[in-house]
Design a protein. Structure first.
Length: 428
């Protein structure tokens, strides 16, 4: 990267993996618009090591700073060993841990690990020769953490200790990094220090913004919603005949409640409806749920596609008729899978968790059910879609695309977000 002039705009983006490995798919859309609004972008992935290869393409004015963080069990032990004395001998951290954990041994252990890992990553970045060379002569810098978790804690330390408050520092918030009940041990360490250092906090939903304002009211003036989005696709041909084709898409984890979808399918089949269910995605619970499904459902009534790349999921939607999308997860931010289904004009049935209610409007583009809804109640929503008049069903489909375009269109959302960031950077 060439030597920068003082007036150039630099964005430092701190991620978990992107553009390596998988995950953080929203950034695949966002990075292109970001590159049009900043002269240079420096991405710092905090969970990759030298054995990992880049899996996503990036624009020409984007550079990657590889700091080589081994997040295997052995690597995490190394981080703790490397930073233990540093953390344990700082009175302020001992006091913070005691105050925020309530002397809960499990939380204390997790907090200690969190701080060791944060300090380790911070030290790697701040001591990196290339990092120091790149940022040395630039004043117009946005430091952007993609997660309100360890990446945000690292960003907070960079702003506080390295840049000495001379830059703007922001973070997004999603689900596990935002809602404490969804985080390991039921809380997120370092939150007060991190929020204090942030100039702006951007949850991806109104629900997430309300959560931060409720539990951290002293920082509510920093909080505003910045939604994530998906790319535009043309409406596909949704059909309910000759078979009602139900689709779900997620990593297969217990929180996604695929077992509940199975029970709903059983109920509908027992009522005589011709149903086929396709699930797009794999995950740690794949073999367990596959065993349950094969023992419970007729082979012709389901299809498990397994792990799929995002572009393959898009191609699948383009070539398959879908009647309805279903998501019965116990916890969500604003689900990308729902947004992608809506971008094809597919009606939705989803649990009313996280920010789902902000894109699924009851009776407009589908139905919301409570997290604790009975199988019968969920089946009734699907029956309503199966049996409704064709004109009403077509309206569900059209509204699904319309609501996506208004609330989840990546191009529109990210263009507005980066106009705001540029204006934010110009503020003194």
């Amino acid at each position: 990267m060439e030597v920068f002039g003082m007036q150039l705009r630099l964005m430092i983006l701190i991620t978990n993996y992107f553009p390596f490995y998988k995950g953080e798919e929203y950034l695949e859309n966002e990075i292109n618009i970001a590159s049009e609004n900043f002269d240079k972008i420096l991405i710092i992935p905090t969970m990759i090591d030298d054995r990992m290869n880049q899996t996503r393409t990036i624009p020409s004015n984007v550079e990657i700073l590889k700091i080589n963080v081994d997040c295997s069990i052995h690597g995490k032990i190394k981080m703790i060993f490397h930073e233990a004395i540093n953390v344990a001998t700082k009175t302020k951290w001992i006091e913070v841990i005691r105050r925020e954990t309530g002397i809960n041994p499990k939380k204390i252990g997790y907090y200690f690990y969190y701080l060791c890992r944060t300090e380790y990553v911070y030290r790697l970045i701040s001591n990196d020769i290339n990092f120091n060379r790149i940022v040395k002569k630039i004043k117009n810098i946005i430091l952007y953490s993609y997660w309100m978790h360890i990446t945000a804690s690292v960003a907070a330390r960079l702003k506080d200790r390295f840049f000495h408050d001379k830059i703007k520092c922001i973070t997004r918030g999603h689900r596990y990094d935002l809602y404490e009940y969804a985080a390991p041990c039921g809380f997120v360490p370092d939150r007060y220090y991190m929020l204090k250092q942030m100039d702006a906090v951007y949850p991806c939903s109104e629900d997430g913004a309300a959560y931060i304002r409720k539990y951290f009211p002293e920082y509510c003036n920093k909080v505003s919603v910045q939604r994530l989005g998906t790319n535009r696709h043309e409406q596909v041909s949704c059909s309910r005949t000759p078979i009602f084709h139900l689709v779900s898409c997620s990593v297969i984890r217990k929180v996604k409640r695929l077992d509940k979808i199975v029970a709903v399918i059983v109920d509908l089949l027992n009522k005589g409806y011709f149903i086929k269910w396709t699930h797009l995605g794999g995950g740690p619970e794949f073999n367990n749920i596959k065993k349950v499904i094969t023992e419970t459902l007729p082979s012709e009534s389901f299809c498990l596609m397994g792990q799929m790349k995002n572009q393959d999921i898009i191609k699948w939607y383009m070539s398959n008729a879908v009647s309805c999308f279903i998501n019965l997860s116990d916890s969500e931010g604003v689900p990308v899978a729902i947004m992608e289904a809506m971008s094809f004009g597919i009606p939705i049935v989803a649990t009313d968790v996280g920010g789902s209610r902000e894109i699924v409007l009851n009776g407009k583009n589908g139905y919301l059910v409570s997290r604790d809804s009975s199988i019968k109640a969920i089946s009734k929503c699907l029956e309503d879609i199966i049996l409704m008049e064709e004109g009403n069903y077509n309206s569900l489909c059209k509204n699904s695309f319309k609501i996506w375009d208004e609330r989840s269109n990546a191009k529109k959302l990210y263009e507005m977000f980066y106009i705001q960031l540029r204006n934010f950077l110009n503020e003194k």
